[in-house]
Design a protein around this ligand. Structure first.
Ligand SMILES: [Zn+2]
Length: 194
């Protein structure tokens, strides 16, 4: 079994790819809630983003995951819907403006290979949630893996300082295992790196 705390790769140096269009739709309830569960970034957005963090919801629905935002407990920038949801195969949901630092990693979390061990990574990152139970037989769909890779392509083209793609488990190994051992990290990396 893959160890999610090992999941990381770094994007190659510039030149970046040409601008990449993302099939996304704004999730109205999450977007409306984001102002109360996200923070301002430090400095200009195009320089601030250095990390993408891959999460899985440990739940079974987009709406369940969005409820953490409407309750003001946590937030993330996109969510990739599950196989049994209408949006699956069509688009990802944008849930928080990229200009805001979503609350998806605990402030104290760090890893030596991510921004030289910096803490407060929310200010430096974008967070992707993928709807998956993270248990037993719930495999990620091929479309979910490809959709997450498309988000990384999009962000890589947009943010010149974006380097690190990392699992939540790697940043918070004592509390988190997402996106879980079922997530095909090697294939995901291959899709991102081409
Ligand atoms: Zn997570």
């Amino acid at each position: 079994m893959a160890d999610p705390t090992s999941f990381q790769f770094d994007l190659p140096p510039k030149p970046r790819p040409a601008p990449h269009r993302l099939e996304e739709k704004i999730h109205p309830r999450a977007w409306a809630a984001s102002g109360a569960c996200a923070s301002l970034r430090n400095g200009p957005l195009d320089e601030a983003v250095r990390v993408i963090v891959i999460h899985a919801t440990a739940g079974s629905s987009t709406e369940g995951a969005v409820s953490v935002m409407t309750e003001g407990r946590a937030s993330f920038h996109w969510i990739v819907p599950d196989e049994n949801e209408d949006a699956h195969g069509k688009h990802v949901w944008a849930t928080c403006p990229e200009a805001l630092a979503a609350w998806h990693v605990r402030r104290s979390c760090a890893h030596p290979s991510v921004c030289a061990g910096a803490t407060n990574l929310n200010r430096l990152s974008l967070g992707i949630e993928i709807v998956n139970a993270q248990s037993g037989g719930d495999a990620f769909s091929q479309w979910q893996i490809e959709a997450a890779a498309q988000i990384v392509h999009y962000a890589s083209a947009k943010y010149r300082n974006l380097v690190h793609v990392v699992s939540h488990a790697r940043l918070d190994p004592g509390r988190r295992t997402d996106p879980g051992a079922n997530f095909p990290w090697t294939e995901f990396q291959w899709l991102v790196m081409g």
